[in-house]
Design a binder for this molecule. Structure first.
Ligand code: ADP
Ligand code: MG
Length: 478
C-alpha cells in the first residue's frame, strides 16, 4: 500500500510588543521568575483587561502580507481549562471570529518548485505561564512571567504532503514575521513554535485519515524528525490492523519518538464563550491603511528588486532575501563597495555564508562587518588585490585584524600590476624551465598553467593573474 502524508500546522508567533496583550506588564524575556505577571495576567478578581492596540496592528500586518481578509469585527473568547501554569482557569483567545482569515503563502521547496499553502486563519491570544521541571526535586516550578504575552496563532490548511514541505512552510512564515518586525523569531526562547497535525491516508483516497497533534515543536530539525517518526508510527499501526486515535502527542528529541500525552479534547470541552470583559475588536479602513503604510518591502518584492537592481540570478536573489538580516547586510556591502552588486552577492553567499556556517554563527554576529567586506570588494574591483589574495584578506578580517586596507598595507598584499616587474618574473620562469618551453612550443599548451603557477609563486601570489597570462602567452610564442 502506498501512503500519502497530510500535515497542517498551528504556528504560535509571539508578537514583539513591549507590553502584554491585556496589561502593561513587560514581555521582556529572561527576568527572574514571577516578576513580570501582574494582577491582570493572573486574572485576579476585580481586574479588567485592556487590549494592546499594537498587537492588533501587528496581526493586521500579517493578514495584509498573506492575502488574508481582515475581519471588521472579531471577538475574544475564554477557553476554559485547568493547568498549573494557567491560574485563572481560562485562556483568552479568539474562537469563532478570528482577526484575519483565508490567505495563502507560496512556499519555495528545495527543488526550486513552489507550493501553495492555504491559511485558514490567524488569531490573537494570550500565552500561559511555564512549568519548570529542571532543577526541582519532587515538585514542579511555575513561572508566570510569560502569562499574557501576545501570540498570533497561524493555522494552515492541511495542505502539506511531507515533513520537508512542512519545514519549508514553517521557515517561510518564520522569515515573513521577522521581515514584518512582528516577532523576533527566537525559537530557543519559544517566541516561535508550532504544533504539527499529522495523518496518513492511502494514496488516492480523498477522505483524510485520523490525525495526531504533535505539541510544541521549537526547532526546524525537530519538526522534520517528529513528523517523520509519527508518519512511520501511524503507518505501522494501520498496517498491523490497528487504528490511529485522535490524540495529542509529545515529541521526545532525546529518544526521537512521539508519546501520547492525552486524547484529543474537542472544542466543546473548553466551553468557549465570549469574554464579557472585552469588547469586540472593530477594525476600520483607517486601521488597515495605517498598517499597510507601515509594511516593509516584503521578501518577494525584494527578491525581484535585487534581480533588477543588482543584475542577480533568481537563485542568488532568493538566497540573499531569505532573511531580512541577510538582505540588509548585502545591501550595506554593496553600498560600501560603491556598487559591486554581483561581486558582493558572491562574497556574501559563498565566502561569508560558508564561514558563518562553519562557525555556526548568525549574520548578526558576523566578525566581518558589511562595511569591512564592502571595503575589501572595492580593492578587488580597482585591482589592488586579486580575488585569490582577497580570501587571505577576508580571513584576516575574520580574525579581527582590522579593515582590508590596513591588512593589505601591513602584509604587503598589494597586487603587482607593474608590467615591467611581471615581465621580469615571466622571463625568469621561462629561462629556468627550458624543457617545458620546448614542450609548450611543440604543442603542449597545457603547460601554460605550469608557467602561470611559477610566476604566481615567484610573486607570492601578488602578480595580477590576467597580466601574467597575457605576458606568458606572448613571450612563449616569441
Ligand atoms: P484544533 O484547533 O482542534 O487543533 P483544527 O480543526 O483547528 O483543530 O485544526 C488544526 C490543524 O489541524 C489545522 O492546521 C488543520 O489544517 C490540521 N488538520 C485538520 N485535519 C487534519 C488531518 N486529518 N490531517 C492533518 N492535519 C489536519
Ligand atoms: Mg490544535
Amino acid at each position: 500500500m502506498e501512503w500519502e502524508v497530510v500535515i497542517g500546522l498551528e504556528i504560535h508567533a509571539q508578537l514583539a510588543t513591549r507590553s502584554k496583550i491585556f496589561s502593561g506588564a513587560s514581555t521582556a524575556y529572561g527576568a527572574e521568575p514571577n516578576t513580570q505577571a501582574c494582577a491582570v495576567d493572573l486574572g485576579l478578581p476585580g481586574v479588567l483587561p485592556v487590549l494592546n492596540a499594537e498587537a492588533v496592528n501587528m496581526a493586521i500586518k500579517f493578514g495584509l502580507a498573506t492575502g488574508c481578509t481582515v475581519a471588521p469585527r472579531s471577538v475574544f473568547a475564554r477557553k476554559n481549562y485547568f493547568y498549573p501554569d494557567l491560574p485563572k482557569g481560562y485562556q483568552i483567545s479568539q474562537y469563532e471570529l478570528p482577526i484575519v482569515h483565508g490567505g495563502e503563502v507560496l512556499v519555495e521547496l528545495e527543488d526550486g518548485s513552489s507550493k501553495r499553502v492555504g491559511l485558514t486563519r490567524a488569531h490573537l491570544e494570550e500565552d500561559a505561564g511555564k512549568s519548570l521541571h529542571e532543577g526541582f526535586e519532587g515538585v514542579t516550578g511555575i513561572d508566570l512571567n510569560r502569562a499574557g504575552t501576545p501570540l498570533l496563532e497561524i493555522v494552515s490548511e492541511p495542505d502539506m504532503r511531507s515533513a520537508k514541505e512542512a519545514v519549508a512552510y514553517m521557515r517561510q512564515i518564520h522569515s515573513l514575521v521577522r521581515y514584518l518586525g512582528i516577532c523576533d523569531g527566537n525559537m530557543q526562547e519559544g517566541s516561535f513554535r508550532c504544533d504539527a497535525n499529522v495523518s496518513v491516508r492511502p494514496k488516492g483516497q480523498e477522505e483524510f485519515g485520523t490525525r495526531a497533534e504533535l505539541k510544541n515543536l521549537n526547532s526546524f530539525r525537530f519538526i522534520e524528525r517528529a513528523i517523520n517518526f509519527e508518519v512511520e508510527r501511524q503507518i505501522d499501526v494501520i498496517e498491523s490492523g490497528g487504528q490511529v486515535v485522535q490524540e495529542t502527542r509529545l515529541y521526545d528529541a532525546d529518544r526521537n519518538e512521539t508519546r501520547s500525552m492525552r486524547t484529543k479534547e474537542e472544542a466543546n470541552d473548553y466551553r468557549y464563550f465570549p469574554d464579557p470583559d472585552l469588547l469586540p475588536v472593530e477594525i476600520v479602513e483607517a486601521d488597515i491603511e495605517r498598517a499597510r503604510a507601515e509594511l516593509p518591502e516584503l521578501p518577494d518584492a525584494k527578491r525581484q528588486r535585487f534581480m533588477e537592481q543588482y543584475a542577480l540570478s533568481d537563485s542568488d536573489a532568493g538566497q540573499l532575501t531569505a532573511s531580512r538580516e541577510v538582505a540588509d547586510y548585502y545591501e550595506a556591502v554593496v553600498e560600501a563597495s560603491a556598487g559591486e552588486g554581483k561581486l558582493a552577492a558572491n562574497w556574501v553567499i559563498v565566502e561569508l555564508g560558508g564561514a558563518l556556517n562553519r562557525s555556526d554563527l548568525d549574520i548578526a554576529d558576523s566578525p566581518v562587518s558589511a562595511a569591512q567586506l564592502g571595503g575589501m570588494l572595492k580593492r578587488i574591483a580597482d585591482n589592488t588585490i586579486s580575488g585569490k589574495i582577497a580570501k587571505d584578506v577576508f580571513e584576516a578580517m575574520w580574525q579581527g585584524e582590522g579593515d582590508a586596507d590596513a591588512i593589505i598595507e601591513a602584509k604587503g598584499l598589494k597586487q603587482v600590476t607593474d608590467t615591467g616587474a611581471i615581465e621580469a618574473m615571466v622571463d625568469e620562469a621561462i629561462a629556468a624551465n627550458p624543457k617545458q618551453v620546448e614542450q609548450y612550443k611543440a604543442g603542449k599548451e597545457k603547460l601554460l598553467g605550469f608557467f602561470v603557477g611559477q610566476v604566481m609563486k615567484a610573486s607570492k601570489g601578488k602578480a595580477n593573474p590576467a597580466q601574467v597570462n597575457e605576458l606568458l602567452k606572448k613571450r612563449l610564442s616569441d
